[in-house]
Design a protein around this ligand. Sequence first.
Ligand code: DX5
Ligand code: ZN
Length: 245
Amino acid sequence: MPWRRPVGPRLRMSGRHRLAELRNVVPVVLPSLLLCDFGDLASEIRRLEAAGVRALHLDVMDGNFVPNFTYGMTIVEAVRRRTDLPLDVHLMIAQPERYVRAFRDAGADVITVHAEATHRPIDLLEEIHSLGAAAGLAINPPSPVSAIQDCLPYCDLVLVMSVQAGFGGQAFNPIALDKLRELRGQVGRDTLLEIDGGITAETIGPAAEAGAELFVVGSAIFRTPDYTQSFSQLTSQARRGLCAA
Ligand code: DX5
Ligand code: ZN
């Protein structure tokens, strides 16, 4: 039996409750654990906590729905044992319905699935809710907002991809800004809008202005020497964009 940390009160809260807490502190920059040093995960998490991050984003890729392969529930569970921060798990996998329970059991607070990966998005979002997690739905750049129209009332979060899912370090696709503006006009304040891919100090402001509240960042944190500095610079740029909105 592996050693387990005692479960603190925050971890007993439902994922929807934990996401609601983030809503109170937007804009929130979520480091994506894709480009971090997995050989020293514990110290990477410590550095991010010291930088003041409010939640972590975990990119799960299966080499099938996307051409890249990352990690599964073992890493989610390892991260869960090291931190009480909310874990936002982005599933870039085929047949996500087969695995949502396992990711919830591993400690995911928010589980986001791709609209392009499932034929039954509403059932899946409801299943994620029934597991006690917050439910997110993601769309890749070619998918229009109209493709997920019927699902919006079931989403706690909508993830607008500003790169084609699969790899970190890609260039920002501004088509995401149009989709955020469109979504902002359609969902209530209870539904959080998240953007992921190519977010930098230059792109984060326009994304906030277009309606994003949660910002996933890989390279612009992990390819810099000082996480605290890059995280706070990104957060203040996002605040500026949000104020201009
Ligand atoms: C891409 C992933 C992203 C990625 C972001 O498929 O979903 O979370 O890690 O990395 P950057 O910020 O480098 O685009
Ligand atoms: Zn992601």
